[in-house]
Design a protein around this ligand. Structure first.
Ligand code: BTN
Length: 263
């Protein structure tokens, strides 16, 4: 599957023809789809409200907290551009939506036991299969989604190999990138619609169904350091709820659950 075939699929897809994705671009290789998405917004002054930049490989993929995102060929790298219409007070609640969307399609169409590790990492059998980078500036949100699909685990750096997995590795067969991309964009649009219909709130029940470590102790990274706490849920505004060793319930808005299983 090359970039041109993927672009043709996006243009010919009947399911996407009626979707809100009015601008899509597919590239064989980019430094970062995230960077290209922000350039597109700045340079093109878009008249549309939802668009996507897709690449089959990245040479400077960006992860959360200033990390790099290993982006070998065989996988899919997507940045969605959504014009915000939520009130500023509702801002954080959209952050876990993309992880929820990815976990939902991996479960529904490939029967993979995908879970979301708050806020947004998607795990299968305890290993990371997808990462999400949310950024917002002015009236735009750009959400970067990297899904490990068909790439060989040997193409990942040594330190990542024990903690990552791919769809092909879990399924023991390769996955059609075009179908995955089509289903992903449709699910993201549906989740966006659901988010708006809930008054810009996270669909908490859906999130809890796929939430990793629910009811279990996990290592939580907080701005002030790391601590172990029991993951008890998520709020409508996207905050993680944990119980600390004194039995107190705490809402975490900045940080992440950091435990990932090693091979
Ligand atoms: C993380 O888990 O640290 C987030 C990783 C986000 C990676 C995606 S791949 C598509 C988009 N372009 C980037 O450069 N980063 C995001």
């Amino acid at each position: 599957m090359n970039a041109q075939q993927l672009q043709e699929m996006l243009q010919c897809s009947k399911a996407l023809a009626h979707s809100p994705w009015t601008s899509t671009q597919v590239h064989p290789e980019l430094d970062s789809t995230q960077k290209r998405a922000w350039q597109t917004i700045q340079e093109a002054s878009p008249h549309w409200t939802m668009g996507a930049v897709v690449a089959l490989q990245q040479n400077a993929g960006r992860g959360r907290l200033g990390r790099t995102w290993s982006s070998p060929p065989g996988n899919i790298y997507v940045s969605t551009m959504v014009r915000r219409n939520e009130p500023p007070t509702k801002s954080p609640s959209w952050a876990p939506l993309a992880g929820l969307a990815v976990a939902s399609i991996l479960r529904r169409y490939w029967s993979l036991p995908a879970q979301v590790k708050w806020p947004n990492d998607v795990l299968v059998n305890g290993r990371k299969i997808c990462g999400v980078l949310n950024e917002a500036r002015g009236e735009w949100r750009v959400t970067g989604i990297g899904i490990n699909v068909n790439s060989n685990l040997h193409h990942f750096p040594d330190e990542l190999r024990p903690i990552v997995t791919t769809m092909a590795e879990e399924l023991s067969h390769p996955v059609d990138l075009a179908s995955l991309l089509e289903l992903l964009l449709i699910e993201l649009a549906a989740r966006e619609e659901q988010f708006r219909s809930l008054g810009f709130s996270l669909p908490v029940d859906d999130y809890l169904e796929v939430m990793a470590f629910l009811g279990q102790p996990a290592q939580i990274s907080l701005p002030g350091g790391e601590s172990v706490a029991v993951v008890t849920g998520v709020r409508e505004d996207g905050a993680l709820i944990v119980r600390n060793d004194r039995g107190e319930l705490l809402a975490v808005t900045v940080g992440e659950v950091i435990h990932v299983r090693k091979r």
